[in-house]
Design a protein around this ligand. Structure first.
Ligand SMILES: Cc1ncc(COP(=O)(O)O)c(C=O)c1O
Length: 417
């Protein structure tokens, strides 16, 4: 029997969001799928396969280990390590042919030597700090460092990038515009010095949606793919892909004046019916929701009563008289006509949707809705391959009238990217 607490991921929403985002781009602009941090808690492999089936060819991960997970799962595509690796990790980057962000010369030198040992050229993206103050070469040193890195025979500079710290707020737009101008200036200087870097990218989701001049050759959206952006930011419609759900495991009637949960921060003002939910902060349901958050039961809002515990949360269902043991409870997502968006839940506790999405713990099983046909086919063919099959005949869906289609065994191999 699976745990009643699940994060349900609608993969069709991710594909829809990708296509909605693409509608804001020129057809030639590449979408680099940002799938770091377990695809913002949605499941690295499932999400990346879905994006790959919808045409995404390059995936941004934060750490080398995430690249290895994608490689082991056979996800087709190029894996680009966005974060700053330790010097020792040059080995894995070179050995597995990952693309790497380069923002310091010491790492570049070591990566070049490591790549040479592996007898390959490693593809790198130079990062410039145009205002984030985190990683990147300063604009004034752009020509000099590019010259030094371009001289390394085992590094191939395929990309150049920057990052925006304030693209998500209207007050930050002017700063983002200045960063775009600085990036353009760097590109012109490098072109003038004879360095043609093919893939320039800067825009996260919000810049992609609000500032077309920031698109360059590729964009790097994460949050928009998962449907977490502010609804008033763009007329385009994005759909939240994740719902967090559980079920009522106990119902208790307490008299007026009874305390509820740790610290006795909630005292019943009337005879109160409390539902016990098997989800707590150890599942990533923040303790900051204590006495503040709400959940949906039978299409209605029930307030959280008292402190969220490690494994349980208590909600006041006094006004939802029909609520019963085993009822579905939605913590983030839709139920009936009501919805609790992850963004609203985050705002109510003073944080951001990225924080809530990525906090959902590993003991919360992810279940997937609407797996694209390609992914189901991938799974079936992987099983058949393991059993020794070399090629297959795919049957058409009953009543579809379409002809059987021959599927080649190698269709989804990672080296097809
Ligand atoms: C370097 C970089 N690019 C792109 C993104 C994607 O940003 P967003 O999820 O806001 O689209 C991130 C996310 O933190 C990032 O760190």
């Amino acid at each position: 029997m699976p745990r009643p607490t699940v994060a349900e991921i609608d993969l069709a929403a991710i594909v829809e969001n990708l296509n909605t985002l693409r509608s804001a781009l020129k057809p030639e602009t590449e979408v680099i799928g940002v799938v770091k941090a377990d695809a913002y808690g949605h499941g690295l492999v499932e999400v990346s396969r879905t994006l790959a089936s919808a045409g995404v060819k390059r995936f941004a991960v934060a750490i080398v280990e995430e690249g290895l997970t994608l490689l082991d799962a056979g996800v087709p595509g190029r894996f680009f390590v966005l974060g700053a690796p330790l010097l020792e990790q040059a080995e894995e980057i070179a050995a597995h042919d990952f693309e790497a962000m380069v923002s310091d010369l010491q790492f570049a030198r070591l990566l070049d030597a490591t790549a040479r040992r592996h007898k390959r050229q490693v593809c790198v993206h130079l990062k410039f700090d145009t205002g984030m103050g985190r990683l990147g070469f300063h604009p004034e040193e752009a020509v000099d460092v590019t010259r030094q890195i371009a001289a390394y025979p085992s590094l191939r500079i395929i990309g150049a990038m920057t990052h925006f710290p304030t693209a998500d707020v209207p007050e930050g737009m002017e700063f983002t515009r200045q960063q775009v101008a600085i990036t353009r200036g760097i590109r012109q200087q490098l072109e003038a010095a004879g360095f043609h870097i093919p893939l320039w990218h800067a825009a996260n989701s919000c810049a992609t949606l609000t500032l077309p001049e920031s698109h360059f050759d590729a964009v790097r959206p994460g949050l928009a793919l998962y449907g977490g952006i502010r609804r008033d930011m763009t007329p385009l419609k994005f759909r939240q892909a994740m719902s967090l759900k559980t079920r009522i495991v106990q119902i208790r009637d307490l008299p007026a004046g009874h305390s509820v949960s740790y610290g006795r921060t909630f005292i019943t003002k009337r005879p109160t019916r409390i539902a016990v939910l098997p989800i707590g902060y150890a599942d990533g349901f923040s303790r900051r929701h204590s006495n503040r958050g709400e959940v949906l039961i039978r299409g209605r809002r029930a307030p959280i009563a008292g402190r969220v515990c490690m494994d349980m949360t208590l909600v006041d269902i006094t006004d939802i008289r029909t609520a019963a043991l085993g009822d579905e409870v939605v913590l983030y997502g839709k139920q009936g006509d009501e919805e609790i968006t992850i963004r609203d839940a985050a705002t109510s506790i003073g944080t951001i949707p990225y924080d809530l999405m990525t906090s959902i713990g590993s003991r919360v099983p992810r279940t997937y809705l609407n797996q694209p046909h390609d992914i189901i086919l991938y799974k079936v063919t992987t099983l058949l391959e393991a059993a020794g099959a070399t090629d297959y005949l795919e049957s058409p869906a009953p009543g579809s009238g379409s002809k059987p289609l021959r599927v080649r065994k190698t269709a989804h191999r990672r080296d097809t990217a």
